[in-house]
Ligand binder design. Structure first.
Ligand code: MOS
Length: 738
């Protein structure tokens, strides 16, 4: 066991070290690369939801200026499918290859790809491609349509859980609620659109991809093109976020790479915003039935949470809404189940806090409904069912400070002043509603490799094939190296986002921090060991000494006789450029603990019935994610998640027309995301900062997703408190409140 990391740099509020590069325009994104002789590709996207392609008429498009080639199912190289596997690090959500055959499974599917000398020429020619379809008569556009047709949902056995006797216990409970919640399809809308810039040299592929996971992307591309992984390099040094949509490879990247190899020129393909609504994943719509039973003291006696979500016609994606329900509260009789049903959509994928975000909307709304029925304060009801044991795994939580999150959040918010009567709190024309909900997210940690060099010029270098998706990973890696070496973070160069670096994790699931930092720390210590071995060798500053008698602190190598030499001098005297170290760290320890993060949101809404205006005016979020590595970037994560949670509660929904099966609002104008005017006057983030050393030596569990969990429920609960309207279908629309 290594010493616990306690250096002051850990937990400090540090601005992002890559900030100046981003603000000055030097940070390069996937579509910023303009390679010599590069061509541009633009997709032709299916305008039917389901059917077959009968004919593709290229006569006009081929004549247009600058057109180099047009690919489609009769003119595309044979490629290989990848067996989608998370464990083998080559996961994809859409296993079908682009242009595999003439079938159309969803609107917006790539049906052709025009490659031309400029972006404008490629796009113009794409619009001139005429595709004839035989459209199937009854596409499945929505979850309710799929259910109404009587299609049978397919149960996912691997994600279900049952304990005790939930159905009998429910039937014999003194107090019962049985309610169904509905969440819509939501679409990831990162600022940066998906993009691929592909080039080949001597049969090797280099792909600049807007990616949250260069290693997975590299592995998938190597499978698809039948190449050994070392002949594929995927680069993603900067992305304009992804929210999960950029975790895995989508058809556009394969199409761009194949087109580039075919025409013998670099090819760049950007996915237009409308196609990001169809071909790069989405959060699927869900229907969730929740039943809660309690005794007369408000103790849970039964809980069931049964969900169905739509998936695509070709692949199965399960939205694991019960992932928090199974362990958040103390309840002996409990079941969660998940099922999927096919729809003519592209395959869904992880969207920030997959499963948990829609799942906790349902559970934490239902907890509020039960509290009301019991005439209990909703916070007290939750506290009455607190547990420190994960009953789904029969293991204790490694570290849980949910009670402190409840108490600190409540105190900061002023929860004790809540008048529990609906509509009772007013401020002029506005009715004020106060609601709360718990947050919950699994803490995960993966395998990781890293490399660190201490350099003779007083700088250090760290590299890992993980990515910084805007969250601050570059900065915390520098903090980790600094915490061990004392080298200031502005002298630490960090390289991420290239699959040729030591293998690192996907930036997703809130596991990048917990995964990457221990490997970086391990590599740093190995570099220090190398430094010591040089120092004690011939001509070294401590020649003849024993390595274990030397200490390294604040950039100084010292023995116990009071001799101290700067590490730069040690290296320079030996004419050595660096001391290097590499390390591998394993995934999360298994078997003794359940690792989860916790928190609570307290939300104030204001409803002005006279002008039908609803807004979220105040949010206090208390978050328990273990050690905070960087206070600034951590708080940013929660603030961003709160904004996204407000979007989920009040605005976001991707709608499909049930007659045509086509998307309706697949653009930034009609797909509503919260803007500045929708933000609360105040978002107060409380970071509890209790290190979880059972999880890793930094005690950090990660903070990307937890802030969105519970947020939509807290808003819905506040809306109920203000208006008396219990909205069980997201988003909450004003017409529901009138
Ligand atoms: Mo997050 S949905 O794991 O990118």
């Amino acid at each position: 066991m290594t010493d616990k990391i306690q250096a002051k740099i850990i937990g400090a509020s540090k601005p992002r070290i890559d900030g100046p590069q981003k603000l000055s325009g030097q940070a390069m994104y996937a579509a910023d690369y303009h390679l010599p002789n590069m061509a541009y590709a633009y997709g032709v996207f299916s305008t039917v939801a389901s059917g077959t392609i009968d004919d593709i008429d290229l006569s006009q498009a081929k004549q247009m200026s600058g057109v180099i080639d047009i690919f489609h199912h009769d003119h595309f190289p044979d490629l290989y499918r990848t067996p989608s596997s998370f464990a083998q690090e080559n996961k994809v959500d859409e296993t079908r290859l682009p242009f595999e055959d003439n079938r159309v499974y969803y609107p917006g599917q790539f049906v052709a790809l025009v490659v031309a000398d400029t972006f404008a020429n490629a796009r113009a020619a794409a619009y001139a491609v005429k595709v004839k379809y035989s459209a199937d008569a009854e596409p499945v556009a929505t979850l309710s349509q799929a259910l109404a047709r009587g299609d049978k949902p397919k149960t996912d056995d691997s994600s279900g859980h049952s304990r005790g006797n939930p159905d009998n216990a429910f039937d014999s409970s003194s107090n019962q609620i049985d309610v169904t919640y509905v969440t819509p399809m939501e679409t990831h809308n990162p600022m940066e659109m998906h993009a691929s810039t592909a080039s080949w040299e001597n049969g090797d592929l280099v792909l600049h991809e807007a990616s949250q996971g260069v290693i997975f992307a590299r592995n998938v591309m190597s499978k698809v093109f039948g190449l050994p992984p070392e002949r594929v390099e995927v680069r993603s040094p900067f992305i304009g976020s992804g929210f999960g949509s950029k975790l895995w490879i989508w058809p556009h990247a394969i199409a761009a790479a194949a087109a580039s190899r075919e025409i013998g020129r670099p090819v760049q393909l950007m996915v237009p915003r409308h196609a990001m609504f169809t071909t790069t994943g989405h959060r699927p719509p869900t229907r969730q039935q929740i039943r809660i039973g309690t005794d007369d003291n408000g103790k849970l006696t039964a809980l069931t949470h049964d969900t169905v979500n739509t998936t695509s016609m070709t692949d199965t994606y399960v939205e694991t809404t019960g992932s928090c329900t199974k362990s958040l509260y103390d309840c002996a009789n409990l079941r969660v189940s998940h099922a999927t049903i096919g729809a003519n959509h592209g395959t869904p994928t992880s969207m920030r806090a997959p499963g948990a975000a829609p799942g906790l909307f349902a559970l934490e709304s239902a907890m509020d409904e039960m509290a009301e029925k019991l005439n209990m304060d909703p916070l007290e009801f939750r506290k009455a069912n607190y547990t420190e044991r994960d009953q789904s795994m029969d293991l204790p939580f490694s570290s849980i400070h949910l009670m402190e999150a409840f108490d600190k959040g409540a105190e900061k918010f002023g929860w004790s002043k809540r008048n529990h009567e609906v509509g009772s709190m007013r401020d002029g024309d506005e009715v004020i509603g106060w609601g709360m909900a718990a947050c919950n997210w699994e803490a995960l940690k993966m395998n990781c490799d890293a490399r660190v060099s201490l350099r003779a010029d007083g700088t250090a270098f760290a590299s890992c094939a993980t990515q910084d998706i805007g969250t601050g990973t570059y900065t915390i890696v520098a903090q980790a190296v600094s915490s061990i070496t004392g080298i200031p973070i502005d002298r630490i160069e960090v390289e991420l986002g290239d699959s040729s670096y030591p293998s690192g994790p996907v930036s997703g699931g809130s596991w990048a921090t917990a995964t990457t930092l221990p490997a970086i720390a391990g590599a740093t210590r190995k570099a220090v060991e190398a430094l010591k071995s040089y120092a004690i060798g011939d001509g070294g500053a401590f020649a003849g000494a024993k390595a274990e008698d030397l200490s390294f602190d604040d950039g100084q190598l010292a023995d116990d006789n009071g001799k101290s030499v700067a590490y730069t001098d040690v290296l320079q005297e030996l004419k050595l450029a660096n001391a290097d170290g590499e390390a591998h760290t394993p995934g999360a320890p298994q078997g003794e603990y359940s690792f989860r993060s916790f928190g609570a949101h307290f939300v104030e809404v204001r409803w002005d019935a006279g002008i039908s205006r609803l807004r979220v005016s105040r949010v206090v979020s208390a978050i328990d994610v273990g050690q905070i590595i960087n206070e600034k970037t951590s708080a940013n994560q929660v603030e961003g998640a709160v904004a996204m949670g407000i979007g989920m509660a009040l605005f976001e929904a991707t709608d499909y027309d049930e007659r045509s099966g086509l998307p309706i609002n697949n653009n930034y104008a009609e797909y509503l995301v919260p803007v500045h005017a929708d933000q609360p006057d105040d978002v107060d983030v409380i970071l509890l900062d209790h290190p979880d050393y059972e999880f890793n030596e930094f005690g950090a569990r990660g903070i990307g997703e937890i802030g969105i969990t519970g947020m939509a429920a807290a808003v819905a609960n506040a809306v109920h408190h203000a208006t008396g309207k219990r909205v069980r279908e997201l988003p909450i629309r004003l017409e529901e409140l009138m």
